[in-house]
Design a binder for this molecule. Structure first.
Ligand SMILES: *[C@@H]1O[C@H](CO)[C@@H](O)[C@H](O)[C@H]1NC(C)=O
Length: 575
């Protein structure tokens, strides 16, 4: 063993001598692995530590001052944490929003750029039960731990946006802030509302102190048949067309559309916004404030891939199935490759929808539906609980086809898109499910929903839904390589990929998978012991400056995990 290691070292030294830079990649003999630097639970409004208080939903990290800003929707709190020493995070400030006056915070972002006031932005859900108008407030960034939270414009801090401003991003020059207003359907006092999905573009003036302007972009042009039919033909989903309480009341596409998550192109010229339920991405021209395109995200066949579609199959049983699934991406991020070509990575989570207060849902267990299917094997699998019978499939898609096509939700992986051609150039197939089976079988396709259960008891619980359900992504640089960290929200796994050098199209290569936390007790007891790990991951940030770090915020564990990256042999216990 030692002799072999020495020979490798010798060979690598020769490479360094003869081949210069090329050998640097070879010297480490490893893969990129996350190392736990610290773990911090965030207290609720009463200063208490309670499992699933949802103190951590979205985060923003200020590289210049090492402050992490974290909002919790349910707690209506902002926590500011210093990561100056990543191994020893220090909470420097806590703010409790006034829910009645402010609403609940949904997202936090920040921006620093030359010539612009350093700005923190927080979006808030609408309080008005008819218009559902959300708003955002801009604050000064913290420069030191003695600062307090102060609005940029104390006399009129609110900027009105659309309904349910779930996500936002600044352009890198801080000149614009793009807010996605999801406008989810809801029932208020027995009345059904489906607010329009819109995108607000806030443009900051170059004159110091001037009020920013807001342009709100709607999707009404797609209500015209001439615009609607072509996008539906491409596969954009229009899944709710009538008020479930009153079918004479038409729900327009502009209401049904649900803008979810924003990524800004590297040139700052365009925003790409996932319309998760609609299985699409909208591209917005930020100079002209118009939607230039809606791209359908498509669906994948499982005929030559494998998935576990049942929780009644004695644990892990991955098999090929003659079904398809809708990608339905959630979070997205940009990176550039080759000659500065902008690429998008999408986390293809999937999103079956139900609307509380009405009976509508766009999914059902496969065995509960009537199928017109020729294939006898598929037909019998669809009724068998150990195979496809318990899988949640769309009750909207695939029934116009003869024979019918069963569509599950989510790509159970992630995709890479060239945004010049808007082609999916790579996707992860069944890798996430296979690597979790290999490395974390006891929490494979796991959930974190019943806190009196152990993680192992909730193993396999999401197989019938979207399996590994990747819902978060961050892209950064480490040791000269582009690293993607993909978060599997419910089972708390972080998949690390690097893009392979010298490849025309960016090609992710699996490096390692990390799952924090233990499994030997109930979630509540693990929480009390600070051993719950990253449970219900909701956001990942990658800071490439200084010591590269990955910061993970998770809702059920109400936690912030900080990871550093290393190049090493993994897993350490391998022969
Ligand atoms: C799934 O993809 C196929 C081929 O790409 C396409 O023909 C079909 O219409 C898609 N189905 C849905 C429901 O979008």
């Amino acid at each position: 063993m030692a002799y072999f290691a020495m020979r490798l070292l010798h060979i690598s030294t020769m490479h360094v001598r003869f081949m210069g830079m090329v050998a640097l990649v070879g010297v480490a003999y490893g893969v990129v692995v996350l190392k736990e630097a610290s773990y911090l639970r965030l207290p609720n409004r009463n200063g208490q530590y309670v499992v699933n208080s949802r103190t951590a939903r979205e985060s923003a990290y200020d590289d210049a001052r090492s402050y992490l800003y974290v909002v919790g929707r349910d707690t209506a709190m902002l926590h500011i944490i210093s990561l100056a020493d990543p191994a020893n995070p220090q909470e420097v400030y806590t703010h409790n929003f006034d829910v009645a006056a402010d609403g609940r915070p949904l997202d936090v972002e920040l921006c620093r750029a030359a010539g612009v006031t350093p700005t923190l932005a927080v979006t808030f859900d609408g309080q008005d039960s008819v218009a559902f108008e959300g708003h955002l407030v801009l604050y000064n960034l913290f420069e030191s731990s003695s600062d307090t939270l102060t609005p940029l414009n104390p006399t009129d801090p609110r900027i009105t946006v659309g309904a349910h401003p779930d996500n936002m991003k600044f352009t890198s020059d801080c000149r614009r802030l793009v807010v996605s207003n999801e406008g989810e359907p809801r029932v208020v006092e027995g009345t059904f509302y489906d607010p329009e999905g819109t995108v607000s573009v806030v443009t900051f003036s170059t004159t110091p102190g001037a009020i920013p302007t807001v342009t709100t972009i709607d999707f009404r042009k797609f209500d015209e048949q001439s615009e609607l039919v072509p996008i539906l033909d491409k596969g954009v989903r229009y899944w709710l067309r009538r008020d479930p309480n009153d079918p004479s009341n038409i729900i327009q596409f502009s209401q049904n559309v649900e803008p979810e998550y924003v990524a800004i192109s590297p040139s700052n010229g365009f925003a790409y916004i996932t319309l998760q339920e609609n299985n699409a991405i909208a591209r917005i021209d930020l100079e002209n404030s118009v939607i230039t395109s809606l791209y359908a995200m498509g669906n994948k066949s499982w005929e030559f891939l494998t998935l576990d579609a049942s929780d009644r199959d004695n644990g892990i049983a991955m098999a090929s199935r003659k079904i398809r699934s809708l990608y339905q991406p959630d979070k997205v991020a940009f990176f550039t490759w080759g000659a500065d070509i902008p690429y998008l990575v999408t986390t293809d989570e999937g999103r079956p929808t139900n609307i509380p207060g009405v009976t509508f849902q766009d999914y059902a267990r496969a065995a509960s539906l009537n199928w017109n299917i020729d294939d006898a094997t598929l037909g019998s699998e669809l009724t068998n609980s150990a195979e496809l019978g318990r899988l949640y499939v769309s009750n909207v898609d695939g029934f116009d086809d003869t024979p019918n096509v069963p569509y599950a939700f989510g790509g159970r992986g992630f995709s890479i898109w060239n945004t010049q051609s808007m082609e999916r150039t790579w996707e992860s197939g069944d890798e996430l499910e296979r690597y979790s089976r290999q490395h974390f079988p006891t929490t494979f396709n796991g959930n974190c929903a019943t806190f009196s259960q152990t993680p192992a008891q909730e193993m396999d619980a999401r197989s019938t839904w979207m399996g590994p359900e990747p819902n978060s992504v961050a892209v950064g640089n480490f040791n000269g390589r582009t690293v993607l960290v993909i978060g599997s929200g419910r089972n708390g796994m972080l998949f690390v990929y690097t893009l392979q050098p010298n490849v025309n199209n960016p090609t992710p290569e699996f490096q390692s998978v990390h799952r924090a936390g233990e499994i030997d007790a109930t979630w509540e007891n693990l929480y009390a012991r600070e051993d719950m790990g990253d449970a219900i991951i909701s956001d990942i940030k990658f800071s490439s400056s200084g010591t590269p770090k990955v910061i993970v915020t998770s809702e059920a564990s109400g936690s912030v995990s900080v990871y550093t990256l290393v190049d090493e042999t993994w897993p350490a216990t391998e022969l």
